[in-house]
Write a protein that binds this ligand. Sequence first.
Ligand SMILES: Cc1cc2nc3c(=O)[nH]c(=O)nc-3n(C[C@H](O)[C@H](O)[C@H](O)COP(=O)(O)OP(=O)(O)OC[C@H]3O[C@@H](n4cnc5c(N)ncnc54)[C@H](O)[C@@H]3O)c2cc1C
Ligand code: SF4
Length: 330
Amino acid sequence: MREFDYRRAHDVTGAVALLAADPEARFLGGGTNLVDLMKAGVERPGRLVDVRELPLDRIEPTADGGLRIGATVTNSDLAAHPEVRRRYPALTQAVLAGASGQLRNMATIGGNLLQRTRCGYFSDVSSPCNKRVPGSGCPAMAGEHHNHAVLGASDHCVATHPSDMGVPLTAFDAQVAYESPDGPGEVPLTDLYLPVGDTPHRETTLPPGALITHIGLPAAPVAARSRYRKVRERASFAFAIGSVAAALDIEDGRVREARLALGAVASRPWRARAAESVLTGAPATGATFAAAADAELAAARPLPDNGYKVTLMRNLVVSVLTELAEGDLR
Ligand SMILES: Cc1cc2nc3c(=O)[nH]c(=O)nc-3n(C[C@H](O)[C@H](O)[C@H](O)COP(=O)(O)OP(=O)(O)OC[C@H]3O[C@@H](n4cnc5c(N)ncnc54)[C@H](O)[C@@H]3O)c2cc1C
Ligand code: SF4
């Protein structure tokens, strides 16, 4: 591993300044992704700015009835928070479906949203990869791609975003607040990730040197009836091959409000707005749920070895919505 300078930041302004002072610096959260990538030679920062002692480790209620979640809150603390469990149960379920207890104790919210793809070519420096080395090619297109994207990809990259918690956060309209060398800013999570296009190495809309400070969760009564379901290749300690975060508010047999997001199918947590339009105002029946899934997945462009994901996601969407409609909130 390349030698690097390690700095521990104690306030937000200082953290941003420490990073800005070195063009090769990176923020260090729990290090559970970044340090692995450093060991593999994918990331070679000259300086790490440790953000874990910043005063960003609280979850607080907001005046509008939502929650403000500090960027250094650990995954474990997020999942266990009583207001998260009560008001956004799909978020707790998603966090607990990710990684292991030890990892969740280290990993932070900011780091989870900015973790890199698990595409094997990306983390193997002996392979070409447009995301790691722009213009070098995408061996996944003709090679191993069974867990790659079916929505929103391009000929230049078909990698997925691996975050579980990002899926319900997307469904619940989370906002990402940051501090940058040019001052503070905020972006909806749905706009945090750039479209892949021909620049897969550019991943977010954050300004250079931006530190994520908080995630804002607006009040969403519908989220109290939500769930997250993840499908993976083994029962624990594995990334999703497909996941769904859904919330439903049903009145007199019709859907009054629906929230739906899909995971492990695109380069970002995928807000299923086409499906939500089909659901809203329609009878809460299996036929509606299937039509909603089909509307969203009509845009799917699978590769030879990941077409199963389209069927998987259709079944997952229908199953989770049916459970919510039947009041099964286990
Ligand atoms: C074996 C294993 C299994 C896993 N399984 C899952 C899973 O099933 N589901 C899942 O969602 N995740 C999973 N993970 C990923 C894990 O949850 C992430 O590694 C973790 O959430 C990243 O958080 P971190 O704080 O450790 O980030 P770090 O590794 O510290 O940082 C990741 C990136 O974010 C940047 N960063 C960190 N904090 C900030 C900030 N506040 N502002 C700006 N940039 C920042 C860093 O510079 C770096 O680029 C798994 C990881 C491992 C190792
Ligand atoms: S899918 Fe993306 S990350 Fe994977 S090899 Fe292709 S360009 Fe690289």
